[in-house]
Design a protein around this ligand. Structure first.
Ligand code: CUA
Length: 349
């Protein structure tokens, strides 16, 4: 839309292109659910503070230069030594060298403060203040996230979920990053900076939420067709609420009580169990996301659709039609089977 610029109209076309760009940048900076500028995590907060400082300094320098240039032009226009033709008459001109000394000194001081602030921020963001007691192993898949929690002191407290991360406020968590296929990038913008997820290598980072709230995590590196639909729900909550959530995740799925859901479990194990697991059932597949507590998630397909019965039906019947390239094939089920499977999935809280 910005390619119609013939040379004489370039500035107008440039302004037209710049306006949506500036608006998009402002909107991105103001979007509370994804913006790193609105940080609620420990490392993220430090990085956002540095980001605001560097932005303010850059804006101040640009504003100062603009004012200085305008003042110079105004002084030149009002100069009594300017001749009729606008040509300067010969006269003594001060060297102006002292301004260059002042300018260099001020620039060096500003750059040194920015450099020191960057080093302090990078150092503080590189490791948590105390050793984390909890570890999350996050595995990037095309295109979803597998998330396994483990406790150093008690391996029995581990559990696996998908496309969601819960964090206890005020407690640092170690994150080990794995990839099942290609290079991804693990990014919870409001909590901490990005870290690459590389096949054959385990990268480590850490997360610490400073205040409770929900935000959106994402893949920060192009990894194929559905890179954009590779999202995570991030929930920062009180340690008590986190403990309750984790305890629920460690328990297997409840036995369905209605006839429809019971029939749905049989269909699920037969048609879905080779790829998906539901703890406490015979569905043991590890190819796709663990679905033991899928009904409690807000989205399905790693953020592709909101988690409603209609969307579940759409997803089961034709996942590649919703998320082109998704590994999950269309599952041929009769209307009754589909209804029963959805009834079963909705019991998986
Ligand atoms: Cu995974 Cu982009």
């Amino acid at each position: 839309m910005c390619t119609d610029g013939v040379a004489p109209r370039r500035s107008r076309v440039g302004a037209r292109c710049a306006t949506p760009l500036v608006a998009a940048l402002l909107l991105a900076a103001c979007n509370g659910t994804t913006s790193y500028m609105d940080a609620t995590g420990d490392a993220g907060h430090r990085e956002a503070t540095l980001g605001w400082w560097l932005t303010a300094v850059a804006c101040a320098v640009v504003a100062f230069v603009i004012v200085a240039v305008l003042l110079g032009i105004a002084r030149h226009r009002n100069d009594p030594h300017r001749g009729e033709e606008g040509v300067m008459e010969r006269r003594d001109v001060k060297s102006g060298l002292s301004w260059i000394y002042v300018g260099v000194a001020v620039s060096v001081v500003i750059l040194a403060i920015s450099f020191a602030g960057t080093l302090v921020t990078l150092n503080a963001a590189s490791r948590p203040s105390i050793t984390p007691s909890m570890t999350i192993d996050v595995t990037g898949h095309q295109w979803w996230w597998e998330v396994t929690y483990s406790q150093a002191n008690d391996p029995a407290l581990g559990f696996t979920t998908a496309n969601e991360i819960h964090l206890p406020v005020g407690e640092p968590v170690r994150v080990r990053l794995h990839s099942a296929d290609v290079i991804h990038s693990f990014w919870l913008p409001q909590i901490a900076g990005k870290m690459d997820v590389i096949p054959g290598q385990v990268n480590e980072t850490w997360l610490e939420a400073r205040k409770a709230g929900n935000s959106r995590g994402m893949c920060g590196e192009y990894c194929g067709m559905q890179h954009a639909a590779m999202a995570l729900d991030v929930t920062a909550e009180s340690p008590e609420a986190f403990k309750q959530w984790a305890d629920e995740r460690r328990s297997g799925a409840a036995t369905p009580t209605t006839a429809s859901a019971s029939a749905g479990r049989v269909v699920f194990v037969r048609s879905c169990g080779a790829c998906h697991s539901v703890m406490g059932s015979d569905a043991l597949g590890r190819v796709g996301p663990d679905l033991t507590h899928v009904a409690s998630r807000t989205t399905i397909g790693a953020g592709a659709l909101s988690n409603t019965p209609a969307h579940l039906a759409q997803w089961i019947q034709d996942a590649p039609g919703v998320k082109e390239g998704a590994r999950m094939p269309a599952i041929p089920l009769s209307d009754a089977e589909l209804r029963d499977v959805i009834a079963y999935i909705q019991t998986l809280h």
